[in-house]
Write a protein that binds this ligand. Sequence first.
Ligand SMILES: *[C@@H]1O[C@H](CO)[C@@H](O)[C@H](O)[C@H]1NC(C)=O
Ligand SMILES: *[C@@H]1O[C@H](CO)[C@@H](O)[C@H](O)[C@H]1NC(C)=O
Ligand SMILES: *[C@@H]1O[C@H](CO)[C@@H](O)[C@H](O)[C@H]1NC(C)=O
Ligand SMILES: *[C@@H]1O[C@H](CO)[C@@H](O)[C@H](O)[C@H]1NC(C)=O
Ligand SMILES: *[C@@H]1O[C@H](CO)[C@@H](O)[C@H](O)[C@H]1NC(C)=O
Ligand SMILES: *[C@@H]1O[C@H](CO)[C@@H](O)[C@H](O)[C@H]1NC(C)=O
Ligand SMILES: *[C@@H]1O[C@H](CO)[C@@H](O)[C@H](O)[C@H]1NC(C)=O
Ligand SMILES: *[C@@H]1O[C@H](CO)[C@@H](O)[C@H](O)[C@H]1NC(C)=O
Length: 592
Amino acid sequence: MKNKIIVQRYIWVLVVLVLAVSGCTKGLNEYNPSGSATADLLWSTPQGFITNVNGAYSYVPYLYGNDENQLFLSEPGTDLWYNYNKTSYDVDLTQYQNFTSASNPVKGVWTTLYKGINQCNAGIGRIGGAGFTSITDRNQREAELRFLRAFYYWHVVESWGNVILDTLETQSPNLTPKRSPVTDFYKLIISDLQFAATWLPVTYGGTWEYGRATQGAALGLLARAYLSRAYYSTGTEANSYYQLAKNTADQVINNAAAYQVSLYSNYADLWNPASRDNDSVALRNKEALFVATFSTNTAIDINGNGNRTNLWFLTNYSGYSGNAIPGLTISIKYGNDQKNRRFMPTWALLNFYNDTMDARYAASFQEVWLCNKAYTWTAADATTFGKNAGIVGTQLKVGDTAMWITKKRVANKAALKYVVFDRDTTYNISNNAINYGDRYVVLTKHMDPITKTGTTTYPGYLNLIVMRLAEMYLIAAEADLQLTNKAEAATYINVLRTRAAKKTPVDYTAAMQVSANDITLDFILDERAREMCGEYQRWFDLKRTGMLGSRIQRYNPDITNFNSNYSIRPVPLAELQAITNAADFGPTPGYN
Ligand SMILES: *[C@@H]1O[C@H](CO)[C@@H](O)[C@H](O)[C@H]1NC(C)=O
Ligand SMILES: *[C@@H]1O[C@H](CO)[C@@H](O)[C@H](O)[C@H]1NC(C)=O
Ligand SMILES: *[C@@H]1O[C@H](CO)[C@@H](O)[C@H](O)[C@H]1NC(C)=O
Ligand SMILES: *[C@@H]1O[C@H](CO)[C@@H](O)[C@H](O)[C@H]1NC(C)=O
Ligand SMILES: *[C@@H]1O[C@H](CO)[C@@H](O)[C@H](O)[C@H]1NC(C)=O
Ligand SMILES: *[C@@H]1O[C@H](CO)[C@@H](O)[C@H](O)[C@H]1NC(C)=O
Ligand SMILES: *[C@@H]1O[C@H](CO)[C@@H](O)[C@H](O)[C@H]1NC(C)=O
Ligand SMILES: *[C@@H]1O[C@H](CO)[C@@H](O)[C@H](O)[C@H]1NC(C)=O
């Protein structure tokens, strides 16, 4: 069903696996697939070259869905998520506790990004020998690699700051790497994306090869890069980057039709799983500028773990390893809630939405679970779930409400014939703290009720949206704010809020509008949360704007260890141990 660039990727993946098994483990950034005869051969014909380009893409779905580490580096440790039940899982990233350079998730992402970068460098360096006869074909493939290199380097520089900037293929481990200034990273990122925006196609023609970078993707990432870059300068230099960010976001917005993207008129339609289950031009997600593609072709199993974002945001609804919730049993529709639950929304996140008028709350979160296993209330369960004794003997039929977890306050919990966890069970709203972290409202954006094959399996096969058109409005608005054009910033925000407004039975469009006076950096970050929570961006948003510490302090009392050193991730210990100039290169300040 979902073919795309995948068959060729398969060949690549085999090459990767063979090398990974036999490869040496010195230096984490030296990953060097092209050192093998097979890969050398592949680079030397147009068809082989494209196979290797596909290999360069393979790190995108690995980071965005296949593996959990990038998610841990981008959503928790912010104002939006608690580590559910205060468990100690990846507590370095969720709570900045015991955060050292030995952090495994940090090392995992570092390694993956530099593997991807080296693959791009290899292709960019070798393209002259690939035998392309048309300059357009050649430049398109180079543009794909330069898009990907910029994509990977944007993650590197925003996570680790002034670390290693290689533009040449690494043939053997570089044991004496040098640090490069952040501004040099951005020079490369920007010039790569300018090249990519010039040479990438708008689409890939007759056979839509979904997942490949397009012109719209390059401009979208360029807008994001200009915005991040601006914050590393002050005064007129910063303003010039804010202006570029706004102009580039505008270019995508104003030419959306040409780039074949548009905003859905209903926010909920954006998350219709069917729009992420198909690679046909007609059925694809209309708002996505760039996606990580996943396939039901089991030959393409990159690491055996599958694409798992469907797991992390779930709550304990089926009563795994304990009493079941009356009327509920594990199902494909509600997801595999065993073992992998990770992220509970903060009270602040739920409270950012006025769900009377903002349809994004209901389109992003699940509060109601319907009975999927007929049940008759027992005395024991009535006690466990705090019900009035009179409920004993009452039946729940399939389709009745079985559980309501809500951000509302519920007065008559004991009398209701379904299980209720309300706002006060879950949160202490006077200090944002968790009262009880085992049951919470669930982010549904990544749920996968249509491609999963079993209730307790991990992988789903929906594409994951990495970048979408709505972000362009948020970029333009933030740039406008920094350029002190607040009224204009409000007009961009109002496009998203008009779409988000509930239209029936009452039309709240007017009530949802904001004006220049509402526009502050905090407001934009709140709006980004309402629009994009859970989409692998939050940590970067707070870091970019310098608001990581203050927003954590205000909204996430579960994090007590944050200090400003933590807005840069530590260079992995394994890297420092592998290189011979570690003292010179220097660790990241603030980490053991
Ligand atoms: C942090 O490290 C200390 C010392 O190794 C250990 O006792 C403690 O349990 C760790 N805390 C967490 C949350 O892992
Ligand atoms: C995906 O698109 C193809 C071609 O249009 C179609 O045959 C297939 O049924 C679609 N699959 C789904 C799940 O819609
Ligand atoms: C998604 O997960 C399944 C199961 O591991 C795997 O077969 C499939 O190839 C994965 N897709 C990708 C792109 O990793
Ligand atoms: C899930 O909830 C049940 C109660 O319904 C509880 O007994 C069990 O310990 C919970 N499981 C986990 C892993 O927290
Ligand atoms: C939520 O929106 C409704 C409708 O516009 C409004 O009456 C209400 O005051 C708002 N609630 C809050 C907390 O702002
Ligand atoms: C809720 O927070 C307030 C303010 O910090 C505190 O006084 C109160 O004791 C907390 N309530 C509970 C149940 O922990
Ligand atoms: C964690 O889950 C267990 C089992 O449901 C529960 O007893 C405990 O209160 C929860 N702890 C927190 C901090 O939520
Ligand atoms: C950050 O790290 C440096 C170097 O280790 C240390 O001197 C400084 O106290 C740290 N800053 C904070 C706020 O902890």
